[in-house]
Design a protein around this ligand. Structure first.
Ligand code: ADP
Ligand code: MG
Length: 208
């Protein structure tokens, strides 16, 4: 990417510590003098938040895998156009809780959609954007579930353990496939210990 900003994405199964670690990372980045934009997917724009409500609403149990895939991509495309690209162009550091790797992990790994189909959809939804660095908070899904706070399990959280295991495996595969971009962060340990791992993984990517 030939713009002055940076896109850092946080990934992994629910309960792995993305939200917790995003807050600490944002503090560090701001203290280091960066303009920081914190986002979560799906969401971050008026339209994308509306799509988030749709895609995570457990009442739509009839939602087919392809419909789900396309809703995520629609929300992402709008976020890229409206927020991510302008922020990168003005030199901001974006910390985004989930991005297209989630779609590989959940829609290909979890749901079992063909990976090449998911790639085609991702190539449309990302609108030319690739994260500069992606941190995958890796944890046994069983461990993660005991951590996750359940404000009403959304559709993904209620999928069960085998699903979560496939999601984890797909994240690990992504890290093997793109080791320069996708970094596995061991999510077991205190919040401080994991935070130190985050800083280490981002050495050479951004000044902290
Ligand atoms: N390193 C950690 N050790 C133990 N519990 C943690 C740790 N990091 C986060 N938690 C707790 O686990 C739960 C899930 O963390 P969260 O940051 O919301 O994960 P995610 O956003 O990936 O779902 C929260 O209750 C959080 O306080
Ligand atoms: Mg979270």
């Amino acid at each position: 990417m030939s713009n002055p900003g940076l896109l850092i994405t946080l990934e992994g199964v629910d309960g792995g510590g993305k939200t917790t670690q995003a807050s600490l990372l944002v503090e560090d980045l701001e203290a280091a003098g960066h303009e920081v934009v914190r986002l979560r997917e799906p969401g971050g724009t008026r339209l994308s938040e509306k799509l988030r409500l749709l895609v995570l609403d457990p009442q739509y149990e009839e939602m087919c895998d392809e419909c789900e895939l396309l809703l995520y991509e629609a929300a992402r495309a709008q976020l890229v156009h409206q927020i991510i690209r302008p922020a990168l162009e003005r030199g901001a550091v974006i910390v985004c809780d989930r991005f297209f790797d989630s779609t590989y992990a959940y829609q290909a790994g979890g749901r079992g959609l063909p990976r090449d189909l998911v790639k085609t959809a991702n190539d449309l939804g990302r609108c030319g954007i690739v994260p500069n660095a992606t941190l995958v908070f890796d944890i046994d899904p069983k461990e993660a579930l005991t951590r996750a706070t359940h404000e009403g399990a959304d559709r993904l959280e209620s999928e069960g353990m085998e699903f979560q295991q496939r999601v984890r495996d797909e994240y690990l595969r992504l890290a093997r496939e793109e080791p320069d971009r996708v970094h596995i962060v061991d999510a077991i340990g205190t919040v401080e210990v994991v935070h130190a791992r985050v800083r280490e993984a981002l050495r050479g990517v951004v000044s902290l």
